[in-house]
Write a protein that binds this ligand. Structure first.
Ligand SMILES: *Cc1c(COP(=O)(O)O)cnc(C)c1O
Length: 342
């Protein structure tokens, strides 16, 4: 019985087409900026978002951390949702790497509003409190269950940032999921954000890589910051080739992941043992059992069927659909969910 691993969209393996692109990549030393495939990937993403520059990083965390560093000075404060990846899942990097604190906003499903941003800006002349210099948004939201921002709200946040001289960074680990789900244009994102990180190793299915995109002025020190963080890589064009392949072949198919996630949400809602399923907007399904105490039995029942999902704690269970989750697996998983008795 083949394993069905839905803990995350990071568990995928390169497809044969992607492997071929990797093997055939033309490479050079990227620390000298001499890797033609990395340069091509960076240009491709910068152009796609209508921004001037892009830089390839090994991980999303490093790209976000570099962005925070580029936007802030030690002792500054950034504003983000209380569930933000930059605050919760990057090992405390904002304080370690940049010496900044995070003002956490009580948003909805990981998303904050322009009014909340405005309320949380410290008065710049009041030198007792940290200076607010940056706002970090996430789209789609991870802990928020793959929710997508309303672009109108993002534009309002941009306006607040302009009025208060704040940078605006987007953690776009799953930005392509949002773009596909909402049919938005990446160029609109390029216009409102100062920096955007885009992961290639989530739904797009490469082994590694995140690209940080921004305009010349803010990206001026990006290479230096990446070096300090230990992220300068050599013949990494092999992985950039995987990224180019993913952008060409794996973006539109994200809609399939979204359909399957939505169908799983529906199946779960029909089961007696499920208390609640959060709205499914993209490839993440978050749900809760009626009895918290049944969680271990539920996970065990799935394990017997060689199916893995995530337990996020506090009753939150999470399923993430992806490239390696086939229609056949999808049918089997839904069958298993209907069969479980708790
Ligand atoms: C996965 C993810 C990242 C980056 O994670 P890495 O594992 O460091 O690549 C950043 N932000 C969000 C919202 C994510 O889901």
């Amino acid at each position: 019985m083949k394993e069905i691993d839905l803990r995350s969209d990071t568990v995928t393996k390169p497809t044969p087409g992607m492997m071929e692109a990797i093997i055939n990549a033309e490479v050079g030393d990227d620390v000298y900026k001499e890797d033609p495939t990395v340069n091509k990937l960076e240009r491709k993403l910068a152009d796609m978002f209508g921004m001037e520059e892009a830089l390839f990083f090994p991980t999303g965390s490093m790209a976000n951390q570099a962005a925070i560093k580029l936007h802030t000075q030690p002792a500054d404060q950034l504003i983000c949702d209380k569930w933000a990846h930059v605050y919760n899942y990057e090992g405390g990097g904002a304080s370690f790497n940049s010496g900044v604190s995070c003002k956490l906003v009580d948003g909805q499903r990981g998303m904050i509003t322009a009014a909340q941003v405005e309320e949380n800006i410290n008065p710049p002349d009041f030198y007792h409190s940290p200076l607010t210099t940056l706002v970090c948004l996430e789209n789609t939201t991870n802990k928020g269950g793959g929710a997508c921002y309303d672009f109108v709200e993002i534009k309002k946040i941009r306006k607040v940032c302009d009025e208060h001289n704040l940078g605006l960074h987007l953690d776009g680990a799953r930005l392509f999921n949002a773009l596909v789900a909402t049919k938005e244009d990446p160029k609109d994102y390029g216009k409102v954000f100062d920096t955007i990180s885009v992961c290639l190793s989530k739904g797009l299915g490469t082994p590694l890589g995140t690209v940080l995109i921004g305009n010349k002025e803010i990206m001026k020190n990006a290479m230096r910051v990446r070096k300090v963080l230990g992220g300068g890589m050599r013949q990494i064009g092999f992985m950039a080739a995987a990224g180019i392949y993913a952008l060409d072949h794996h973006v539109e198919r994200l809609a399939e992941d979204h359909r399957r996630a939505s169908e799983l949400g529906k199946t779960l809602r029909e089961q007696d043992y499920v208390a609640e399923v959060e709205p499914v907007e993209t490839n993440i399904v978050i749900f809760y059992l009626k009895n918290f105490s049944d969680e271990a039995d539920f996970m065990e029942a799935l394990k017997k069927e060689n199916i893995r999902i995530s337990n996020m704690g506090q009753g939150k269970l999470r399923i993430v659909t992806h490239l390696d989750y086939s229609e056949e697996m999808h049918d089997r998983f839904r069958e298993v969910l209907r069969k479980i008795k708790l």
